[in-house]
Design a protein. Structure first.
Length: 75
């Protein structure tokens, strides 16, 4: 059971690294939305700088609005 949990943890970390490294000006809105979904699926808040970057790059769009809501949510 512990090995299974370790594999899940490793894959989650690798996914976050992949999405964080892949976060660039070339990222489409769909990719950014998928990144937000993936980063929040565990119930934890993603790094604020990544969310702020998405909010800025996709201002006045659905993904930017969702990022803004995510950043403003009090935890």
């Amino acid at each position: 059971m512990m090995q299974y949990l370790a594999k899940i943890g490793i894959s989650t970390v690798l996914s976050l690294v992949f999405f964080t490294v892949g976060c660039s000006a070339q990222q489409t809105e769909e990719q950014a939305l998928a990144q937000l979904r993936d980063m929040t699926s565990s119930g934890k808040l993603p790094p604020e700088n990544i969310v702020a970057d998405i909010e800025t790059r996709f201002a006045n769009k659905k993904t930017g609005a969702l990022a803004k809501l995510l950043r403003s949510h009090p935890f």
